[in-house]
Structures are given as structure tokens and as C-alpha cells.
Design a protein around this ligand. Sequence first.
Ligand code: PGA
Length: 248
Amino acid sequence: MEEKKFIVANWKMYKTEEEAMHFLDKLLPYLQKTKDSVWIAPPFTLIKPMSDKAKEMKEIFTVGAQNMNDADEGAFTGEISASMLKNVGAKFVILGHSERRIHFHESSEFINKKVLRAEKEKLNIILCVGESFDENQEGKSDEVIDKELLESCKNFPIDSQSMLYIAYEPLWAIGTGLVATPKIIDEKSRFIKKTASKLGLDQIKILYGGSVNPDNIASLLKVKEIVGFLVGGASLKPETFGKLISES
Ligand code: PGA
């Protein structure tokens, strides 16, 4: 793995402002020691207070969002646009997470619209792809990844100023404690790079996500093809997340 790693926390629907500020206070000593880039994607309500805090702490960490709408603005009750995210300090957005694909029925076609909107707004993008347990067992992993990637990144400008990270997140590893082996991650990362190059996207970087924790990160760090991790459960407690940052 490259020298500088990206550790991205996906907080999902957890934490109040008070809890987030307490987390940051406790995480500070770890942040001060690490060479890694630490990115945090809290719920929408915390983006502004956390990016204000990041400014105060000399951008020692970066704040982003877990989702956004594809439209510029409009009558879309309950939705948040890319420009609104930027306005409150978000620097990146996670798109196509399997929890959005499954619980909110987001198709790759819809995710593609979001990807293109985020790109237009110059937000960095973390696009998630990955197969389910059944698809994996049926030997369809590559087919699923290929389709999700090609459809979600269609028409992405090759000279974009937004960084495009592809997170390989096999569904069977998310929140299950089952982590993909370094061999699988290496193979899938190569496959993702090959697929992305069909779209002319040779500059993409790869992250791995799925049950990453302080105990397994050392073995995962050996995978040269990835630049970092997308972390859910293990990012919620400052001691665990801090340990994870220290281990890498
Ligand atoms: P996990 O979640 O680390 O809890 O498996 C990862 C994710 O959902 O991005």
C-alpha cells in the first residue's frame, strides 16, 4: 500500500452533536500522531459543526457526506444537494453504498446521476461496489462489480478535478465480522482497475470496506492495490478508531 493511507469513517445513522464533539476530543491525540488522511462521513446534521471543528483543528481531518441527491435544487422533500453539502464544508461524498442500494432501492443508473452531479460540484467521490453473499457463492462477483462500476461511472470525465475512489465493499463482509482476505481484495482491486480503464478512468484509487478493525488491519495493509479503508462499526468509538489509525 502507498505510504499515505486514507482511513474513511462511515458513521451511518449514529451520533448526536455532543457525541461527535466528544469523539473528536478523544481522537485528537491519535490524529496528531498519524500520517494517514482521516476522513469522516457523519450524518448530515453533523457536517457543519464537524467541518467547523476541522477548520479549528487546522484540517487535521476531512469531513464528507454519506449520500446526496442528484438534482441541483428543487421540490424534493427531505433531500440534500451537492452544493448544500459543499456550503457546509463537505469535501467528499460516499455514493452507492449497499445500504442505500438495498434499503432505498437506489439503482446504478440513479447513482450515476449523483456521481456526475458530485463531480460537477467538485466533490471527491467514494463510490461503493460489491457483490452479495449469494452472488459470491454463485461465482458472479466480477459480473456484479463490472456492471455496478460501468453503470455508476458512465460519462465520468477523464480530466475531472474530483478524485474518484472506488470502495470494494463485498456485502457479505459489511457489519458481519467476516473480512475479505488480502488475496480476494488484491484480485478484486485489479479487476476494478481493469474495468475502470474501459471508461478511460485510469486514475481511480481503491479502498476496501467490510469489517475492518484494529485486529485485522495489519494484514490488509499488505494489499498494494488499495490506498485505504472505508470503516463502519470500528469507526464509532474513538479508542477503536484511534487504534485503527495507529495500526496503519
Ligand atoms: P463495517 O461497515 O466496517 O461495519 O463492516 C463498512 C461500511 O458499511 O462501509
